[in-house]
Design a protein around this ligand. Structure first.
Ligand code: G6P
Ligand code: MG
Length: 218
């Protein structure tokens, strides 16, 4: 069967989690409380709106609808300042090697991200042309761990869900991939991503034997 590969963006292709963290902690300190790097773990793979809700919870702040929206915009403006400076040097190690491997084997590739900033980031780091389709926060209504983002990506690739492989760094993303009945590959801490079918610290640990195995089937 024809295979399809789906990549999450933040934390898999580029380490934007640090910029999300900086922007959220800027907002938290403006609102008078501290947002820690440990708490940031909960924000991975989670929509901007949901992150805003969690942040206010952490700070014990009740916001009006207006404040909520204003702060969310403020966070994004701040985040965009950080990502504006991004270039190819921020692509995580061996991502390009894996993308080139897939291209060489004519495997369709999708992006499956919760971010509404996905396309400009891929453009900035020069990877946009690798992707046959992009499904992101602008195209889906149900956030990870709902499998919608990955199922839509599979559909757009013209590949059956069962034949898709997902690379994810978020607990919610692994759960979404598992629900979609796709091969879930955790990129990051294997203790955190314990629900993943396979775990790798990063792409440097993923050799050609493993990749060929994925192409050959489950
Ligand atoms: C990714 C990140 C999350 C982020 C979400 C929305 O899933 O892991 O931390 O909240 O995208 O990103 P956005 O760029 O739309 O604010
Ligand atoms: Mg991610």
């Amino acid at each position: 069967n024809k295979k399809g590969f789906i990549f999450d963006l933040d934390g898999v292709i580029v380490d934007t989690a640090k910029y999300h963290y900086l922007a959220w902690s800027d907002l938290a300190s403006e609102l008078g409380f501290e947002f820690t790097i440990e708490q940031n773990e909960m924000f991975k793979g989670v929509s901007r709106k949901r992150c805003m809700e969690i942040l206010l919870d952490i700070g014990g702040i009740t916001a009006t609808k207006n404040q909520f929206d204003t702060w969310m915009v403020e966070k994004n403006v701040d985040y965009l300042k950080y990502i504006d400076k991004m270039d190819a040097s921020e692509i995580l190690p061996d991502v390009v090697r894996v993308l080139d491997f897939l291209k060489k084997h004519h495997i369709p590739i999708a992006l499956g991200s919760a971010s509404k900033n996905a396309q400009p980031i891929l453009e900035k780091v020069g990877l946009l042309s690798y992707f046959d389709t992009i499904v992101d926060g602008n195209n889906v209504t149900k956030a990870k761990p709902d499998p919608e983002v990955f199922l839509l990506a599979a559909k757009q690739l013209g590949v059956k869900a069962d034949d898709c492989v997902v690379f994810e760094d978020a607990v919610a993303g692994i759960e979404a991939a598992n629900k979609a009945n796709m091969v879930s590959i955790g990129i990051g801490d294997k203790n955190i991503l314990s629900e993943a079918q396979y775990n790798f610290k990063d792409f440097t640990e993923m050799d050609a034997i493993f990749l060929n195995g994925l192409l050959a089937g489950k």
